[in-house]
Design a protein around this ligand. Structure first.
Ligand code: AMP
Length: 395
């Protein structure tokens, strides 16, 4: 059992909480604040127990100076202040005198948010590569470290593993809840055990398939992911999403797990990814050269349904089409509907899949919506998460 925030006396202590505020922001506006809301329980607990609260999070990816303009946490500070109904002290830097001085003047129950931890990635990837000096520096700003960012706990970064290596530590309520919901399923999934994989981050998920295939009875692949597999099986996919680098790997998986990996048999296509565009549904071997496959078709929904209806454990990661656009939302919506009528343990992982389920009104029909897509899949693969492993065990 890992130590938790409850195991510490927080009064008067500088408590660094690593949260996951990696929310979608468009033109400075947060379009989905579920991740902020998911962190409130731990933050409120720290305030109630008279801590000096220091929050850290990453947001997006930072590769150039320009990325900083669109990935500042400032809008998050504003939203958080509305949700908590108290002022948030936002420091627009990740290190330096202003940050240090403000922390040393911080009073009990006050909340300070440090700028996007990934701004440090311009500094030789210091955050993402868990630079030792950075982890030590951030740890020097606090007395206790609480990791509550489940979504990044599968990565070893300076803002989780780095700080935890140098400070008394524990997990927050969100990670505690995630572990409770996921661990039993991982240790003893009831069979048939089916994984639904979709979304667009092909390279992130493709590697997990081998481990998942060892545990699951079926892997239903849709979304952008599917087209690399389809191409690997010899089907022409037109201008659909393709991860060239992993074609050989997909081919190998298809040969090795031909009885487990189930691919779409039809596709909804368009010439562009935008609202109100003309669409065409066709069998999978009829995609035209200039078409982009953007959703699974009705025949695939029926096929997937057959597998889902006999399953006792279902894990879903990644939407089955570009569900944000009405014309390509049908596959994801219909699979939500199918799931709502099935009596099984149903776990949904990943910000987008969770957002889709909530958007279509099926939130109540699943057992658990995980805030971490990659992290929940890693756990299900049977892997340890470094951001949680590093946390001290209870004596
Ligand atoms: P991920 O973060 O990997 O779960 O990817 C989520 C994103 O995948 C969503 O924004 C979807 O719009 C996108 N997506 C789903 N299906 C497709 C597709 N066929 N082609 C391109 N993107 C897709």
């Amino acid at each position: 059992m890992k130590k938790t925030i409850r195991d510490y006396d927080l009064k008067g202590k500088r408590v660094i909480i690593r949260v996951d505020f990696n929310v979608p922001i468009q033109d400075g506006e947060i379009t989905d604040d579920n991740r902020i809301k998911a962190s409130l329980e731990t933050i409120r607990y720290a305030i109630r127990h008279q801590a000096k609260v220091i929050l850290m999070s990453h947001l997006g990816r930072i590769k150039t100076e320009e990325d900083k303009l669109t990935n500042t946490l400032e809008p998050v500070a504003l939203r958080l202040s509305e949700l908590l109904d108290q002022e948030i002290i936002f420091i627009d830097e990740t290190r330096g005198k202003l940050l240090e001085d403000t922390i040393s003047e911080l009073k009990e129950k006050e909340v300070l948010l440090i700028e996007n931890t990934r701004f440090e990635d311009l500094n030789d990837q210091a955050e993402s590569q868990n630079n030792e000096e950075l982890g030590k520096y951030w740890a020097s700003l606090g007395d206790i470290f609480i990791n509550d960012a489940f979504g990044t706990s599968h990565r070893s970064h300076a803002s989780n593993v780095g700080i935890a290596s140098n400070l008394a530590n524990g997990i927050g309520f969100l990670i505690e809840k995630e572990l409770k919901a996921l661990e039993k399923t991982i240790q003893r999934p009831r069979h048939p055990f089916t994984v639904i994989l979709g979304g667009s981050k092909v390279s992130d998920k493709i590697k997990m398939i081998e481990n998942l295939a060892k545990k699951a009875d079926y892997i239903l692949i849709g979304g952008g992911m599917a087209y690399t597999f389809l191409k690997a099986s010899g089907i022409e996919i037109g201008s659909s999403l393709l991860d060239d680098e992993h074609l050989a790997f997909c081919q190998e998986m298809l040969e090795k797990y031909s009885d487990k990996i189930i691919l779409p048999i039809d596709s909804v296509n368009a010439l562009e990814i935008k609202e109100n565009v003309e669409t065409r549904e066709c069998f999978i071997n009829e995609i035209k050269e200039n078409e982009i496959g953007l959703d699974i078709g009705n025949q695939t929904v029926k096929l997937f349904k057959q597998y889902l209806e006999k399953s006792k454990t279902i894990i879903w990661n990644g939407p089955l089409g570009c569900f944000e656009i009405e014309q390509f939302s049908s596959g994801t919506k219909k699979i939500c509907e199918v799931l709502s009528r099935i009596d099984a343990k149903k776990i949904v992982g990943g910000g987008d899949t969770g957002a889709a389920i909530i958007q279509f009104g099926y939130e109540e029909s699943v057992s658990h919506i995980s805030t971490g897509g990659g992290a929940s899949l890693k756990l299900l693969e049977g892997k340890k998460l470094p951001g949680i492993e590093i946390i001290e065990n209870k004596k």
